[in-house]
Write a protein that binds this ligand. Structure first.
Ligand code: C2E
Ligand code: CA
Ligand code: CA
Ligand code: CA
Length: 277
């Protein structure tokens, strides 16, 4: 919950195993990181069954002056526990839109997926922030995907649907992240205006070897096909996992097998553009 005065973090919201003192330090440093532009945009490709890169997920990193490159698990949950998630999330959103706008001016297009935490999604200024990020950078809404988890449905699904519709009007599409790990994933498929779901890594890992996981994955994909949803399998690491998902040519695969998250400029330099450049 937001504290009176608006500048305190609720350390108990975040599900991280750090002590309160550690969290306080992270919070202070994260404020400085935002002020000193220490966040970095990483991208991880999403490949089709032939291994062609089709889209990419934006993943934030923190270039810490002493600790080096800090992964999001060490600071995103802290930021989510306080209002720092809003400037942090907006930074990622704007960085992704800057990439989209720059590519558009070069006549190139890619789809970028940006993670949106529940608190960021429900912030009153969120729709305007997305609109401004697209406009300011000359990015097309249709090139932007917002990844949400079912945790976004905190106080009733109606407010979420309305907000998603306002963003859909900008051309933006939604992806349901970590699909299958929540309690009501299937119910939300019906009620939320999403166009894609991401099968959680937990199901992907054992799908080639474990008949139960294989059956779950097959069922999820069958449902998605019936509902006209795109599917991304996350955490595809091995050839066996890639071959398993290649049974569905239109299912995108994201994972170390096709590319690790890397600085945006590196990923874009390696991108197989149709123009051959
Ligand atoms: P996520 O959205 O589920 O992102 C996928 C995570 O899986 C990423 O970790 C990615 O590096 C990792 N991954 C990708 N392929 C593989 C693979 O083949 N094997 C394994 N073992 N892992 C793989 P990362 O970048 O550390 O991000 C962790 C989480 O942090 C993300 O999980 C997301 O929930 C959150 N996060 C990252 N960036 C942002 C952001 O900009 N905003 C918000 N709100 N959350 C973010
Ligand atoms: Ca994600
Ligand atoms: Ca995920
Ligand atoms: Ca996951």
């Amino acid at each position: 919950a937001k504290e009176a005065g608006g500048h305190r973090c609720d350390f108990f919201d975040a599900a991280l195993g750090a002590s309160i003192a550690q969290r306080f330090t992270i919070e202070q440093e994260l404020r400085r990181a935002l002020a000193h532009d220490e966040l970095r945009l990483f991208l991880q490709p999403q490949a089709d069954a032939q291994g062609r890169w089709r889209a990419a997920e934006a993943l934030v990193r923190w270039q810490h002056p002493q600790r080096g490159l800090v992964p999001p698990a060490e600071f995103v949950p802290v930021a989510e526990g306080c209002e720092l998630i809003e400037p942090m999330g907006e930074w990622v959103l704007r960085a992704a839109c800057a990439v989209l706008g720059r590519l558009a001016r070069q006549g190139r297009r890619v789809t970028l997926a940006v993670n949106v935490s529940p608190r960021q999604f429900h912030h009153p200024g969120f729709v305007d922030a997305v609109r401004a990020a697209l406009q300011d950078h000359g990015a097309a809404g249709t090139d932007l995907v917002l990844e949400v988890t079912e945790g976004v449905v905190v106080q009733g699904v109606e407010a979420v649907v309305q907000r998603m519709q306002a963003l859909t009007a900008l051309g933006v599409r939604f992806s349901l992240d970590d699909f299958g790990t929540g309690y009501s994933s299937l119910a939300y498929l019906k009620r939320l205006p999403i166009h894609e779901l991401k099968i959680d890594r937990a199901f992907v890992r054992d799908a080639p070897d474990d008949p139960s996981d294989a059956a779950l994955v097959e069922a999820i994909i069958a449902v998605a096909e019936r509902l006209g949803l795109r599917v991304v399998a996350e955490g595809v690491e091995t050839d066996a996992q890639a071959a398993f998902f290649a049974r569905w040519p239109h299912v995108l695969q994201q994972g170390y097998r096709w590319g690790r998250p890397a600085p945006a400029d590196e990923v874009l330099a390696a991108w197989p553009w149709d123009d051959g450049a």
